[in-house]
Design a protein around this ligand. Structure first.
Ligand code: HEC
Ligand code: HEC
Length: 362
């Protein structure tokens, strides 16, 4: 259940704190170096080259995301990244690709409670949408990975995902002359973990979505929301529900870590898995609500099957948990108000994004 890179980091921390086994440290050192190599990138705010505007296709009012200094957006990098995103050879038995769990028509999620990796091995968490990941300050539900480049290493090594190895993967792809050629064009070097992680991250940074009915309403198209959705929007942004206190800003999340009272006792430690702090137990990154109508089932473990169940959960105030946010408490909503809230959530779907041919495999 513990994810590869993250587990290594935690073990390293624990190990150095307790000054225990040097052998263990030596065993993990290559992985640690790989993490450093993959993660050494600084961000700059320069707007990408003009010829990449079509790739970004920024919705009205959206700022360009930052691209790392060593991984600026280019057409060649993006094309290689897209090819790799749909490449089953990334998995040990060449059976599944990133897109198996992050499918475009589901806003790059997979419709399952928990994902299935190679040989149908079940994971422990629900695959989140990749909508607007370019703007996230950290990744995974506990926030344990800080860049998209580093994140690529997780599914490659995770047993319940690709169950493979970055070095062997690079060797496998090196056999294919067309990959070598694309790698030289994109990064001026042979295909290796550096290239694979950067190209995929480049593709992911263009998964930008902001053309829902709600966005059109914000841009001044008053008829984009009907009466029910308008009323639901007012409820969403009201102190009566506090939804927008956590699901705040243009991406409908401020990316904070919160507990929303699903259980009194969680199987998944949430952010405590990273920090070891009791005060972080069962806190999860607040998800975006963009394209929420197509990313069922919901929550870190996919335990709520539909949006009706989500609204019912918040209405009830959820279960008592020591770390539950004070904002999660029984809501005094009529059935009509609950239905209107749901109608608003359904206006957050960006149909252009879900069908954009640009994101489809060649
Ligand atoms: C077997 C299913 C599966 C495959 C294959 C898979 N993922 Fe995921 N992905 C998940 C799950 C489950 C999570 C949530 C993991 C967590 O929080 O611990 C996730 C999380 C992510 C995140 C973090 C999103 C966020 O909001 O923090 C990114 C980015 C991502 N995956 C990209 C990829 C890429 C790129 C690939 C291919 C290299 C890939 N995934 C392959 C299931 C999968
Ligand atoms: C205290 C902060 C907080 C408040 C207030 C809050 N949420 Fe959430 N919301 C979260 C967190 C944290 C999660 C993810 C929990 C998990 O992964 O188990 C979440 C998950 C969701 C999801 C599922 C997202 C997904 O991709 O699985 C929906 C839908 C949602 N919230 C809607 C709402 C609505 C509607 C309201 C108001 C009635 C609301 N939230 C109020 C923190 C909050």
């Amino acid at each position: 259940m513990v994810r590869g890179l993250f587990a290594a980091a935690v073990l390293l921390l624990k190990n150095s704190r307790e000054k225990r086994s040097r052998a263990l440290f030596a065993g993990l050192a290559p992985l640690f170096l790989l993490v450093l190599a993959l993660g050494s990138c600084r961000y700059d705010t320069a707007f990408p080259e003009p010829d990449t505007k079509a790739l970004l296709n920024l919705p009205p009012g959206f700022e360009s995301p930052d691209f790392p200094e060593d991984n600026a957006l280019t057409q060649e990098r993006w094309e290689l990244g897209k090819r790799l995103f749909y490449e089953p050879a990334l998995s040990v038995d060449s059976s599944i690709s990133c897109a198996s769990c992050h499918a475009q028509n589901l806003a790059f999620s997979d419709g399952r409670a928990v994902s299935l990796g190679v040989a149908d091995a079940p994971g422990t968490r629900n695959a989140p949408t990749l909508t607007n990941v370019a703007y996230h300050p950290y990744f995974m539900r506990e926030g344990g990975v800080t860049t998209l480049e580093m994140q690529v290493g997780v599914p490659i090594q995770e047993h319940a995902e690709f169950n493979f190895n970055f070095v062997l993967l690079a060797e496998r792809l090196s056999q294919d002359e067309s990959y070598q050629q694309q790698s030289r064009q994109a990064y001026n070097r042979k295909i290796d973990p550096f290239v694979i992680s950067r190209a995929i991250a480049t593709f992911e940074r263009t998964l930008i979505s902001g053309r829902s009915a709600y966005d059109r309403f914000l841009q001044g198209e008053n008829s984009a929301l009907d009466a029910a959705a308008l009323h639901g929007k007012d409820l969403f942004f009201s102190e009566r529900t506090s939804c927008s206190s956590c699901h705040a800003g243009f991406d409908l999340t401020a990316y904070a870590f919160e507990n929303n009272g699903l259980y009194t006792d969680y199987a998944d430690p949430g952010r405590a898995r990273l920090t070891g702090l009791e005060s972080d137990r069962a806190l999860f990154k607040v998800p975006t609500l963009r394209n929420i109508a197509v990313t069922a089932p919901y929550m870190h473990d996919g335990s709520l099957p539909n949006l009706e169940a989500v609204v019912a959960h918040y209405r009830s105030g959820g279960q008592a948990h020591p770390n539950k946010s004070a904002l999660i408490r029984p809501l005094d909503l009529t059935d009509q108000e609950a239905a209107d809230l749901l109608a608003f959530l359904q206006t957050l779907t960006d149909h252009e994004f879900l069908a954009d041919p640009k994101f489809q495999p060649e």
